[in-house]
Design a protein around this ligand. Structure first.
Ligand SMILES: Nc1ncnc2c1ncn2[C@@H]1O[C@H](COP(=O)(O)OP(=O)(O)OP(=O)(O)O)[C@@H](O)[C@H]1O
Ligand SMILES: [Mg+2]
Length: 480
């Protein structure tokens, strides 16, 4: 579906030209002749990107920007500033504008900025996070598992320090959420948190995005522009998907980090900034280093405080909590009254492998709430891929009686009730895991590959688990 762009300008000719250009690019275009009209039109909904002139009589571009930020912070706003007003451009970004363009601008620049905004909007829309929630703060980090508590502790400890943090974890595990928590927990919280997604920026634009450029630095650089380092001055710079940063850029980045200084592209002046750096990646940087794609020195510079986020399947005990959290969130957002997730459905949710982690769970919850026609979410409301694994999981997952039977067996014998709660749970989880594995092996006639598939874990980790639980691997028998 084409993105709908709202163009706001009190200059009818400019508006017309902009509209024509964007329509040619395949966007839906709406127009407003001033800030007031813009806000009115925006509140009717359906706008994906706003492009607004800065200076307009009465209600100006900043007012439009602030309105959008309040109502739907996921909708990117691009401000058009007059040539030479770098201050207001910087102000725009700091206030929360997605980007700005300076008059006079080249059509290609406009097209690029809009395409980037539309792409971002598309991503956030598919993540279905945020719009019209009225909550400016990012959602809190939910979870009580040991794994996530360890994360809370690190975040608390290092938030208000200048140390660089490297957050790793699979896609959708909450890396950005942790970056936001770190920023909010620091004394820089009232300064900007500037994010740059290294994966979304074309290789040859990387340097100018990071460090800015001077007028005439390259064709199309009709004005000068500060980079993300400058915009983050006093605040936090979040380098997302750092694993994607081209190797040629890594030296320059390293120098900027080590010396806190850099030059704009085409500039001679050395600029100094005070920036706290947070980086994130879902790649294994050790592997990237071995493959020669990531510099070891940069890695050590970034990896001062490593934070490694667990995959959701490795902290399944948090799934019910998250399910409840998202049920309430989307009840509010979608104006629904789903008051429970039925046990059978919850079991399927807990048994699933969640390759997309919390993002996948969140999207699934939103969809399920949207389509549920009863007062609860039932097993049959879940998508097919989840229901498919359910028979295995359902058969294998214990009825409550099973847990209560197996807990005493698995719990340590020196039972000090309060202190060993964790161990009891651990023991129960292990017993459960062993049971799931045994059943999967039974059902596949001892075929490890097929059993692993059924359990949605890798063959290797199944073999490890089997070793751990003292279950025999038939492969090893034939091999030995
Ligand atoms: N512990 C959590 N509690 C509540 N919501 C969470 C939690 N972790 C992640 N989320 C939500 O899940 C979604 C994905 O999180 P986030 O964008 O931080 O992941 P990510 O690791 O940056 O993913 P990617 O690698 O795909 O960029 C977001 O909507 C976020 O709010
Ligand atoms: Mg992310």
């Amino acid at each position: 579906m084409a993105a709908t762009i709202l163009i706001v300008d009190d200059e009818p000719n400019l508006r017309k030209v902009l509209a024509a250009t964007l329509k040619r690019e395949g966007y839906e275009v709406e127009q407003a002749a001033d800030g007031e009209q813009a806000i009115e039109r925006f509140d009717e909904g359906g706008i994906d990107v706003v492009v607004s002139d800065l200076v307009m009589p009465k209600v100006g571009g900043f007012d439009v920007l602030r309105h959008v930020l309040e109502k739907a912070p996921d909708v990117p706003v691009i401000l058009i500033t007059a040539h030479g007003t770098v201050d207001s451009a910087v102000q725009a970004i700091k206030t929360g504008a997605f980007d700005y363009i300076t008059k006079p601008f080249e059509q290609s620049e406009l097209r690029q900025v809009i395409a980037k905004a539309a792409r971002t909007r598309d991503l956030t829309r598919n993540n279905l996070s945020g719009p019209f929630e009225g909550e400016k703060l990012p959602s809190r980090i939910v979870g009580q598992s040991q794994a996530i508590q360890d994360i809370y502790r690190i975040v608390e400890k290092v938030a208000d320090t200048p140390s660089t943090v490297l957050i790793t974890g699979e896609s959708g595990t909450g890396k950005e959420l942790v970056a936001q928590a770190l920023h909010r927990g620091s004394s820089r919280r009232n300064q900007p948190l500037i994010k740059i997604n290294c994966a979304a920026i074309p290789k040859d634009l990387m340097e100018s995005e990071l460090f800015g450029y001077e007028r005439g630095a390259f064709t199309g650089a009709v004005t000068s522009k500060p980079g993300r380092f400058e915009l983050a001055d006093g605040g936090t710079l979040f380098l997302d998907e750092i694993g994607e940063i081209p190797i040629e850029m890594q030296v320059k980045l390293l120098r900027a980090l080590q010396e806190s200084e850099f030059e704009r592209v085409g500039g001679v002046k050395t600029l100094k900034v005070d920036v706290r750096l947070i980086a994130a990646t879902n790649r294994d940087l050790h592997k990237e280093i071995q493959a020669g794609r990531f510099r070891e020195d940069l890695f050590y510079r970034l990896n001062v405080v490593p934070v490694s986020l667990p995959a959701l399947r490795d902290r399944r005990s948090d799934i019910p909590l998250l399910v409840e959290f998202f049920r309430e969130k989307y009840n509010r957002k979608l104006n629904k009254r789903i008051d429970a997730v039925e046990p059978e459905a919850m079991e399927a949710l807990q048994a699933y492998a969640w390759p997309g982690n919390i993002r996948e769970l969140e999207n699934l919850m939103e969809r399920s709430l949207l389509f549920a026609d009863g007062p609860t979410i039932r097993h049959e409301d879940l998508p097919e891929n989840l229901r498919e694994i359910a028979p295995v999981a359902h058969a294998a997952l214990p009825a409550p009686a099973f847990v209560s039977v197996s807990v005493p067996a698995a719990a340590p014998s020196h039972t000090d009730a309060s202190a060993s709660m964790k161990d009891i749970v651990k023991g129960a989880a292990a017993a459960l895991e062993r049971d799931l594995i045994t059943r999967a092996l039974d059902e596949t006639g001892g075929n490890v590959t097929q059993a692993a598939k059924k359990l949605q874990i890798s063959r290797k980790s199944l073999q490890n688990k089997m070793k751990e639980f003292g279950l025999r691997d038939p492969d090893e028998r034939t091999a030995g």
